[in-house]
Structure formats: C-alpha cells, structure tokens
Write a protein that binds this ligand. Structure first.
Ligand code: SF4
Length: 480
C-alpha cells in the first residue's frame, strides 16, 4: 500500500513534508506543468467569448443554487421516480454505511468480481478496500483509474487520475504487472494492453458500479458522462448495476442538464461534448436484449449536510467536479494531487474535505492556497472558492459562535501564539504612530530576511516544455 493510499487525515507537518518533496521533484513538476498547460489551453479554446462564458456560468450557477435550495424536496422526488422506474434507492450517511449497502447487494448476488466505472464517491468511501476486506474484487476500468489501481496508488486528479505518470512509467508498470505484456512506449499499444485485460473482466463481472454526474428528479434518470465506453460497459453488461453518488448531484429537470453538461466537459477536458453520455432510467425490460436486470442507487451524505446547513458553505455543493480549479491552481500544479492526501485535492479539496473528514484532520488544506483567485475565476458554477477557503481558515482557529452549528473539528487549529500575534497586530494597526514606528523598524530589519530562493520560489521559475503524459496524448488522439 502506498503512502497516498493509507492517508485519510492530513496532519499539517505531513502535508508540508509531502509538498516539499513534490516541489523538489523536478520531473513531477514538469509532468504536472505540461499536463495542466495542455488542459488550460484546451479549456481556453472552448471559451473564445468571455461574455458568452460569463452568461453560461451565471446560468449554471443559477441552476445549481436553485437545485440546492430545493434539495430535500428534489431528493424525495428523485427517489419516487427512480423507484417507479424500478431502480432501488439506498441512503448512506457515512462511508461505512455506503460500503455496507454495496457489500450486502454484492453478497446477495454471490459476487466475486465488480467492475467499476469512474466514481470519486467510491474513492471517497474507500469502496475498493471494503470490497477486498469482504473477499471480493473491485476492479477499476477507467484507463487512468486502472493504471493507478495497478500501481497501488490513488488518483492524483479527479478527472485524469494518472496524470502524474509518464508513458515510460506506465510502460514499465504494464510490463511488470500485466501478464504477457511486453514493454512498449506506444500509447496506442499501451491502451490496447489495458483494453484486452478489461474486456475479459466486463464479461466475467457479477456487478458493475458507476458514479453519477446528474440525477434528474423529474424523470428518475441517472446521467453518466465519460469518454472511454467503460462506463457504458459497467452499466450494461453485468446483471446488476450499482450507481453511487453524493446527495448534491440531483437536478430538477432534464432541461437543466445540457447547460451543466456543456460547461462540465469544456471546463474539464476542453471537449465540446464527451464521447459517451449515458442516461439510465431503469433495468432491462421484458423483450430487451441487454442491460442490467437490477439497478441500485446509493445516495451518500458523508458530511454534505454539514456544508448544506450554512448558507455560505452550501455553495461548496454546487460543484460539478470538472477539475478546472485544480488545473489553474498555482499550488496544485506545483505539488500534484498526492501531496494533499485526500480524495479531492486542490481548491475543491480545500473546501470540501473539511466537511467530509472534519477540520481537525484537514485544517491545513484551506491554507494550501495563494488566494490568487484563479480557482474562483474558472469555476463553471461560480463557487466563491477563495472566500470559502478563508472562511474555513477562520473556523479552524475558533470555536463556533453562539447560535452557529459547529463544523466537525471546529477550532482544531486554535493557537495561543497566533491569537496573541493577531491581537498585537490589531493593537499596532489601531495606533498610527506606533504603526509608523513599526514600519520604520521593519524596513531597517529587512536585511535579516532569508536571501536564498526557497524551493517554492524556485518552482515558479519557467521549466522546459514537458513531455506529453499518456492522458494528454490520449486526449489528442481522441480529438482526431
Ligand atoms: S469547484 Fe468549480 S472548478 Fe473546481 S471542480 Fe468544482 S465545479 Fe470544477
């Protein structure tokens, strides 16, 4: 098990240590820089008209806010419609509950193998470990997820899980771990090797599991966005399909999906549309030749209701998981996803992980930001990420105010030293004479500040263009 695999909470010291190691790894930085520059350029090409983009973002924000304002009611409507369509709905408050529901379904079907489409919520609840502990195999079938699973790692990006790996690293991995695979640096050949393995697994699997991008309340439809076709295989070939998603993924009407879908794919991979858009509205009907005979949806809370309770932090749940905030974050692009130690890295991780895991274990994450504002500027649903990062920094330092429901782990980063420093600063700032004297003294003491470049500063110097990663190449191939 890799270090990234074992981490659930993020002690500040460990985060700083991993960040420093990542910043000192020129190869990793170059890979990330190249991949992120590629994604940034692809996204920018999709939005040539800033005014049009702003109109689309405002519409998407409005749809997400409207949905969240009616979330409980829409979840009930969704459940009613899905049930009427023959889909069984389960509710899980915690990761343990979600895993227990899925394992129970799997046991009832004497499952040996589950094939999985991409699902960050299944990563969040650590389903693969729970399945293994219950004696069943859960195999990732998204190519990036398959690669990181084969290497005992966690995804380093929510859209492109293996973006930290070069094709040479994947070639070595396949040669070492895929029976009969010869070493090759041909991207097409590597994809072919992975597909040959997975094709057999789709046919052998007892259960297919997928995530959900949008769950439509008015029709009881589960929408799934993907590029590789593995999601469709997972949701149509095995006899049982289990979908797992966070409770915030509901939308009211089918008409709300296209504006969100268009922004999701453009923001995530710079595609106007993905190769596949699956709409699942019920199990196989008599006379139909394919499709699962049984479909389940597991709706996961895991801290989302905490974010929902407060009007400001509720905006966190607007997220459609496009990853654009990560691609544009100067911290994420320097340290990569594994340094964060959580399922969701980067700016979105900074604002959602404290709700999923509690501030006690994650208060360092909202501080992993320069507050440059790039994340908020590119977010397709206009989440005010910098403001939320600041809010969580404050909550980590203070107990809940009277009448305010406490956040899990609230006040965990309280420090007498920090309090004293801020009090001293406030006193100084309130007295102009004292403040001027302090400024005069500080200028005289400037010579004592470190003169050598830190690892962080060094990382901001331009790097040579990076070799394309496997995923960047795959995306380019798909474009042809
Ligand atoms: S916070 Fe915004 S930019 Fe970041 S993943 Fe979510 S929707 Fe995308």
């Amino acid at each position: 098990m890799s270090a990234a695999h074992a981490l659930k909470f993020v002690p500040a010291g460990e985060f700083r240590e991993r960040s420093a190691t990542a910043v000192g790894d020129a190869h990793l930085r170059q890979s990330f820089r190249g991949a992120m520059d590629f994604l940034i350029a692809r996204r920018a090409a999709q939005f040539p008209d800033p005014a049009a983009l702003e109109r689309q973002r405002r519409l998407a924000e409005h749809i997400r806010k409207y949905t969240l304002a009616r979330l409980p009611e829409l979840l009930e409507q969704l459940e009613g419609k899905l049930t009427a369509n023959g889909i069984q709905v389960h509710w899980a408050e915690t990761p343990a509950e979600a895993n227990a529901i899925i394992i129970d379904i799997a046991r009832r079907h004497a499952t040996r193998l589950m094939v999985k489409g991409k699902s960050m919520v299944s990563e969040e609840v650590e389903l693969n470990h729970a399945m293994a502990a219950a004696g069943m195999e859960a195999l990732e079938t998204d190519m990036g997820e398959y690669i990181v699973q084969l290497d005992g790692e966690k995804p380093s990006h929510i859209i492109m899980p293996a973006i930290h790996k070069t094709k040479q690293e994947i070639a070595r991995l396949f040669a070492a771990k895929v029976p009969g695979a010869a070493y090759t640096e041909s991207v097409d050949a590597l994809i072919g090797i992975g597909r040959a393995v997975l094709r057999e697994k789709f046919l052998a699997a007892d259960i297919g599991l997928s995530g959900v991008n949008f769950a439509v309340a008015e029709t009881g439809t589960l929408c799934l966005v993907e590029n590789e076709g593995n999601g469709r295989m997972c949701t149509t070939v095995p006899d049982v399909h289990i979908a797992i998603t966070g409770i915030e993924k509901v939308v009211h009407k089918l008409a709300h999906v296209p504006p969100l879908f268009g922004l999701l794919t453009r923001s995530a991979t710079g595609q106007a549309i993905t190769t596949y858009f699956n709409m699942i509205s019920g199990p196989r009907k008599p006379g139909e030749h394919d499709g699962p005979r049984e479909i389940h949806l597991v709706l996961v809370d895991n801290g989302r209701t905490q974010a929902y309770r407060d009007e400001q932090t509720r905006a966190t749940l607007q997220c459609i998981r496009c990853g654009a905030c990560m691609n544009h974050c100067p911290v994420y692009t320097r340290i990569g996803g594994h340094a964060y130690g959580t399922t969701y890295p980067g700016p979105i991780g900074g604002i959602i992980s404290p709700h999923l895991l509690g501030l006690a274990g994650t208060h360092v994450l909202p501080t992993a930001s320069t507050l440059c504002g790039a994340c908020g500027d590119v977010c397709p649903v206009r989440i005010p990420i910098p403001e939320l990062l600041l809010r969580l920094r404050v909550e980590a330092q203070h107990d809940a105010r009277p009448g305010q429901p406490p956040l899990l782990g609230q006040g965990a980063a309280q420090s007498r030293l920090a309090d004293a420093a801020w009090q001293a600063w406030a006193a100084l700032y309130a007295r102009p004479g004292l403040y001027r004297a302090f400024g005069w003294l500080a200028t005289r003491l400037r010579a004592l500040t470190p003169s050598r470049q830190s690892a962080w500063t060094l990382s901001r110097t331009p790097l040579k263009p990076a070799p394309q990663t496997l995923h960047a190449l795959m995306a380019a191939r798909r474009k042809r």
